[in-house]
Design a protein around this ligand. Sequence first.
Ligand SMILES: [Zn+2]
Length: 179
Amino acid sequence: MKVVMPGDKIGSTEEYMKGKGVYEEDGELFAAVAGYLVIKDRVANVESFASIPEVLKGDVVLGRVVDVRNTMALVEVVSKKGEERSLTTRSLGFLHISNVDEKYVKDISEAIGYLDIIKARVIGDNLRLSTKEKEMGVLKALCSSCRSEMIREGDMLKCPECGRVEKRKISSDYGKGEW
Ligand SMILES: [Zn+2]
């Protein structure tokens, strides 16, 4: 199913009728919430991601980055800190570029990489995440060229296999094997 973000264009009002989670502007339909786009009988609906009842604002979670977009990373949340077992419900969290680092981040792909494992704090509804704190950020990253696990070298990550150097918002727990 297609994942849409608030403000993503779905189509025109001639193509589809407005369902839930959708707003109209100048004859075009846009997603009002983040979720899955479902089109049935020409009605466009955005079904917002199921909220995880086990996860609350303020919690620290572990997740895997499944998509990196212009201003947002999508994170599959798999565990909550303080609980030994994985979450029974898996859901997608959202890390907006403005919540990645205390420092200004111009390009999210220079802070968060596809398939990175990250530690993040839940800061709002619909699993809105932040990695601004020192302990938050990337815990484990793979080289985008050869897929080896990267090793921390100061503020950067280096691939032990091919020597590639990449930039990330690195957690102070990077490479420790615990979070
Ligand atoms: Zn490499």
